[in-house]
Write a protein that binds this ligand. Structure first.
Ligand code: DP6
Length: 349
């Protein structure tokens, strides 16, 4: 699938084809202003708004087929899902069934092109693809905003992967059903900025503490959480302005301070959560050295040790060369702005 900036698919369900099966593709996103903390856990309502870039790498492809079996079956990357991974998908399907007024179970088959659970947003692409495929298979009448609200119920950051390019997730206000109605993502115009993201992968293993647990613990116990959330609201406003005026250094500075503040708030959680490894810090040092050399490169880090470096497309090869010199970088995928989630038309599967 190729992404032409500006040519956003208005309706992810436009290629709806079947009565009882659908396949959808969605891409991960990296937040430049982070979502960290829920005000209502059961509805996945965030404390603060956030802003991300949808990537053009590591898509998730998910098929949902209605079945006559007595329970849902879920296969993730060729293996039957068990435990919490299975329960999250089954709970999500319960929500779709309740909305659609149907009770058939489903077979879900999903494949991730990127590493799962290593802080590279696999749950975002996963639940965005599942939302679009399940909505089509169960015949839900949902526009892109409704799909974004639905995807949010699987994993908060998934609401942003419904859209391509730069995306803002409005926190909204209120809890429960009232909050659900006004907490959704929407695309913002920023395609002209066209940055590159160089992902310095220093560890491919799944993280020891899930982002869900880590954000809960940070909210509940860190004395730095509320100051970070207050600063993040300002970061979001400033980020929108910096994107609108195509100011890459300002975008990078805001993204870097927002991410480091999030990690600082986690370090002060009780018990402390530390995702950064010595290798992450080495990459951060290299990013500072690049800036000292006059290259506008800035770091952001999600709930894992891998460091994503934002730069102008014209500088990406210099950034890659510099990060190669850091020992322990095991992989370095490069991403640009990618497309929103969409059904795969019947004939293309
Ligand atoms: C650090 O969306 O994975 O990547 O809503 O509990 O599923 P749940 O959390 P999730 O958290 C993402 C956290 C983050 C920041 C971000 O993507 O904004």
């Amino acid at each position: 699938m190729t992404f032409t900036p500006g040519a956003e698919l208005a309706d992810p369900l436009a290629d709806r084809f079947g009565e009882d099966a659908a396949t959808a593709v969605a891409h991960p996103n990296i937040a430049l202003v982070k979502y960290w903390g829920k005000r209502d856990e059961s509805y996945f309502l965030p404390v603060t708004g956030s802003l991300s870039m949808t990537l053009d790498i590591y898509p998730t492809t998910t098929t949902v087929r209605l079945s006559t079996e007595p329970a849902d079956t879920v296969v993730l990357n060729d293996r039957p899902a068990v435990g919490e991974a299975y329960a999250r998908v089954a709970r999500f399907l319960d929500l779709v069934r309740a909305r659609a007024g149907r009770d058939e179970h489903a077979e879900v088959v999903s494949a991730n092109a990127g590493p799962t659970g290593a802080g590279l947003a696999s749950s975002a692409s996963g639940f965005a693809a599942l939302a679009v495929a399940a909505a089509a298979a169960y015949g839900l009448d949902a526009d892109a905003r409704a799909l974004s609200r639905l995807a949010r119920r699987g994993s908060g950051s998934a609401c942003r992967s419904i859209f391509g390019g730069f995306v803002v997730w409005h926190a909204g206000e209120g809890n429960g059903e009232a909050g659900d109605a006004n907490s959704y993502a929407e695309p913002i115009d920023g395609d002209a900025l066209d940055p590159a993201l160089v992902v310095a992968v220093v560890d491919k293993a799944s993280k020891a503490v899930s982002s869900r647990e880590a954000m809960r613990r940070t909210c509940d116990t860190s004395p730095f959480y509320l100051p970070w959330a207050d600063a993040s609201r300002i970061d979001l406003e400033e980020m929108r302005k910096a994107i609108a005026r195509r100011d890459l250094p300002a975008v990078g500075e805001i993204a870097e301070r927002n991410a480091l503040g999030m990690h600082a708030s986690m370090l002060l959680a009780r018990p402390s959560v530390r995702y950064l490894s010595p290798r992450s810090v080495e990459v951060l040092d290299r990013v500072l050295a690049l800036r000292a050399d006059g290259i506008a490169a800035y770091a952001t880090i999600d709930a894992g040790p891998n460091v994503t470096v934002l730069c102008a497309r014209a500088d990406e090869h210099r950034v890659i060369a510099a990060l190669r010199e850091v020992g322990g970088v095991v992989d370095m995928p490069v991403a640009h702005l990618g497309p929103g989630a969409a059904l795969v038309p019947d004939g293309a599967r």
